[in-house]
Design a protein around this ligand. Structure first.
Ligand code: UFG
Length: 321
C-alpha cells in the first residue's frame, strides 16, 4: 500500500511516517518545510512543495497511485488563529480542499484527517464523546470543523471515505528516541516545562491558577504521539477493509492539571526549575478530557503509553538528546 503523508516532516507526521515504513507501506511525504524538518523524515520519498500550488499536487498525484492520504499539514496555534484568521483559513481549509479535490480527481478514496478537540469549544459535559455539540470558539477550531463538514459532503457526493481524528493534547516523543517535538516557536505545555527543566528556558509560566478545578489550573488529556499514530494506522486499515467514514476522539480519558504536569516533570527529570504564575490565556477551557470508547470499540485502539510519566519521560529524553 502506498500512503501520501502531507506534513510528514512535522511533529506527528514524522512519527507516522516511521510507523508506516515499519508496517511495510510505501510512503510519499509532501511537506513545504514551513514547520517541519527534512531530517525528521526517516523513510519514504520526500517531495518539497506547498499543497496550495496546483502544480505541486498535480505532479504528486500524477507520479503515483495512492491507496490513502494522511493530512498533518496544519497551523496549530489557537492564539495566532485569532490574530491572523486568513492564514488559518487559507492553510487549514482552502489548501485542504485543494488536496481533497486532487484525491477526487485521481480516484483516491481514503483520507485520514487530523482534527482537534478545539472543534468542541467550551465543553458542556465531560468527558467529551463524539456526539458532544461542536461550538468552536476560534478560527483554528472553526477551520477544522469546516473541513470535517466538507468531508461529509465529499463522501456523499464523491464517495471519498474519511476518518476524522480529534486529537486532545498530543505529547511525548518516539519511544526509540529518534524523533520528537520541534515547534518554533514552542507553545505547548510539556515541551516548555521540559525546556525549563533542562535550562534552555528561564522558567515556565502557568496560565491561570483560578480555574474551577481541584488545584485551580487547567486540566488536559495528554495522549502519546505513538498512540495517536497507532490510531491513524487502525483507521486507515478500517477504510481499506471497506469501513465507512467516521470520527473518533483520541485521548486517554485521564485529565492532568498544569500543576500535575509540572510536578511529574520535576520527578521524571530530577531537576528543579522556576514556575511563574500568570494570567489566564484567552480561550482556554478549564477541562478537556476525551471519551475515546468509540475508538476502542470500533478500531480496537489501545493506548500503550498512557501514563503521564511515560509521556513526559519520552519527551524528556528527546529534550536532553
Ligand atoms: N499552559 C501553561 N503555560 C504554558 C503553556 C500552556 O500554563 O506556557 C497551559 C494552557 O493554558 C493549557 C495547558 O497548559 O491549560 C495545555 O496547553 P497547550 O498549549 O499545551 O495545549 P492546548 O490545551 O491549548 O491545546 C489546544 C487544543 C488542541 C490543539 C492545540 C493546538 O486543545 O486541540 O491547542 O496547538 F490541537
Amino acid at each position: 500500500m502506498h500512503v501520501l503523508v502531507v506534513g510528514g516532516a512535522g511533529y506527528i507526521g514524522s512519527h507516522m511516517v516511521k510507523l508506516l515504513c515499519r508496517r511495510d507501506c510505501e510512503v510519499t511525504v509532501l511537506d513545504d518545510l514551513s514547520a517541519g524538518y527534512r531530517d525528521a523524515v526517516t523513510g519514504g520519498r520526500f517531495v518539497l512543495g506547498d499543497l496550495g500550488e496546483a502544480r505541486v499536487l498535480a505532479e504528486v498525484f500524477a507520479a503515483q497511485r495512492f491507496d490513502g492520504v494522511m493530512h498533518f499539514a496544519s497551523h496549530i496555534q489557537v492564539g495566532e488563529s485569532v490574530r491572523e484568521p486568513a492564514k488559518y483559513y487559507r492553510n487549514n481549509v482552502f489548501k485542504t480542499q485543494a488536496l481533497l479535490d486532487a484525491m477526487v480527481a485521481h480516484q483516491v478514496r481514503h483520507f485520514i484527517f487530523s482534527s482537534t478537540a478545539a472543534i468542541f469549544g467550551e465543553p458542556v459535559r465531560t468527558p467529551i464523546d463524539e456526539a458532544h455539540p461542536k461550538n468552536p470558539i476560534n478560527p483554528y477550531g472553526r477551520g477544522k470543523w469546516m473541513v470535517e463538514q466538507m468531508l461529509e459532503d465529499y463522501d456523499l457526493a464523491y464517495g471519498l471515505k474519511a476518518v476524522k481524528l480529534r486529537y486532545f493534547n498530543a505529547a511525548g516523543a518516539d519511544p526509540e528516541g529518534q524523533l520528537g517535538e520541534r515547534h518554533e516557536p514552542e507553545t505547548h505545555l510539556i515541551p516548555l516545562v521540559l525546556q525549563a527543566a533542562s535550562g534552555r528556558r528561564a522558567n515556565v509560566t502557568v496560565f491561570g491558577a483560578d480555574y474551577d478545578t481541584p488545584d485551580g489550573t487547567c486540566i488536559r488529556d495528554y495522549i502519546h504521539v505513538a498512540d495517536l499514530c497507532e490510531a491513524h494506522w487502525l483507521a486507515l486499515r478500517r477504510l481499506w477493509e471497506g469501513g465507512e467514514s467516521a470520527a473518533y476522539n483520541l485521548g486517554n480519558g485521564n485529565g492532568f492539571s498544569v500543576r500535575e504536569v509540572i510536578e511529574t516533570a520535576r520527578a521524571v527529570s530530577g531537576r528543579e526549575f522556576s514556575v511563574v504564575y500568570g494570567e489566564r490565556r484567552p480561550g482556554d477551557p478549564a477541562r478537556l478530557v476525551a471519551d475515546s470508547r468509540r475508538a476502542r470499540d470500533e478500531l480496537g485502539w489501545r493506548p500503550r503509553h498512557a501514563a503521564l510519566e511515560t509521556i513526559i519521560g519520552h519527551a524528556w529524553r528527546w529534550e536532553t538528546r
